[in-house]
Design a protein around this ligand. Sequence first.
Ligand code: DAH
Length: 355
Amino acid sequence: MAMSDDLKQIEAQVQEGLAKVADPKALDALRVSVLGRKGSLTALMHMMGKVPPEERPAMGKLANTVRANVDMAITKRAEELKREAMNRRMSAEAVDVTLPGRRLSPGTQHLINQIREEMEDIFCGLGYTVEDGPYVETTWYNFTALNAPEDHPSRSSKDTFYVVDNAPEGKEHHVLGESDVLLRTQTSGVQVHVMERQKPPIYMICPGTVFRPDTADANHLPQFTQVEGLVVDKGITFGDLKGTLDYFTREIFGKDRATRYRPHFFPFTEPSCEVDVSCGVCGGKGCRFCKGTGWLEILGCGMVDPNVLRNCGIDPEEYSGFAFGIGVERVAALRYDLPDLRMLMTGDMRFLHQF
Ligand code: DAH
C-alpha cells in the first residue's frame, strides 16, 4: 500500500539522515525537511483525507507512530550532539593538573647591594649610624666645604657632570665654586651635611651612588658606589683610623689579607693615605691581577682637615676625626677577582646568579 510504504520510507530516511548529521544546524534542517510546514511527513498527513475511510484509522495510527518515532529520534540525536560538543570542549580545554607549575624567577639582590649591606653591618657593629645624602649637590658640598682649592682639577667639567652653571659670563663655572649644581663625584659631601645637622660625637657611614664623566672600561664606570665614613670626637687619632680600617678589611676580605697604608693627598684630610690590601690571587707575590705589585688599592682615608671641621662649625681645637671613602665595585672586584667592572652593570643573570 502506497501510503504506508511512503511513511516507512520517510522513517528510514530520517534514521539514515540522522546518522550523517554532525551538528545542530544540519539536524534542524533535517527536522524541517520532514516535520516542517512543507516537510515530507506533514505533506503525507495532509493527504490522509484521500485515504479510503475504512483504511483511515489504521493509516492514521501508523502516521502518528511514524511521527512520534521521528520526533523521538531527532530529540535523541540532538542530545547526542550536545553531549559530543561538550566532550569535545572538555578535552580541548582540559588542564593537566599534573604538569609542573610555571616557576617565577624572583631574582637575587645585586652583588653591589649585598656588599653594601655587609659593610653597613660591619660598621653598625662598631656603633656607627648609616646616613644618606643627595645625589645632586652644589659645589659647596662636593668641593669647597671639603677644602678643595678653586683650581682643583676635579672641579673641571672633564671630571664632573654639571647640572646648573651659575657662573657669570666669561667665567668657567668650576672656578666660581659656590653655587653651581652638579652630580656628586664622591660621597664625601655627606660629611658636611652630617656635621651641619649633628654635633660630635659623630660615627657614621654613608653608602651611595656617585657620578663621573668617565668612559666605562675594565677599571672605570661613569656611575659607581662609595661608602663614606666619618668619625669626629674628642681625642681621635690616626691609631683609631688604622685600627678601624684594619678591622674592616679583615672582616670583608678575610684574616689572611694584609693591609698597607700609603701616603697620598686628599684636600679634606691631613695626613691622607690610600689603603691597599694584599692581592688575593697571588697572595702578595705579584701577578697580572695586581700588576706585579702584590697589592690592590681599596680606599682613601685620612685625618679630617681642621679647615673642613671649621667650615662645618666644629672647633678643631676641641675635636678631631678621621674619614674614609671605599669604592664598593672595587671591593667586589677584589673579593671575587672580577676581571672587568662592566660585568656588574650589564644585568647578565648568568653572572649575577653566582652571588
Ligand atoms: N672621596 C675620595 C674619592 O672619591 C675618597 C676618600 C678619600 C674619601 C679620603 C675620604 C677620605 O673620606 O678621607 O676618591
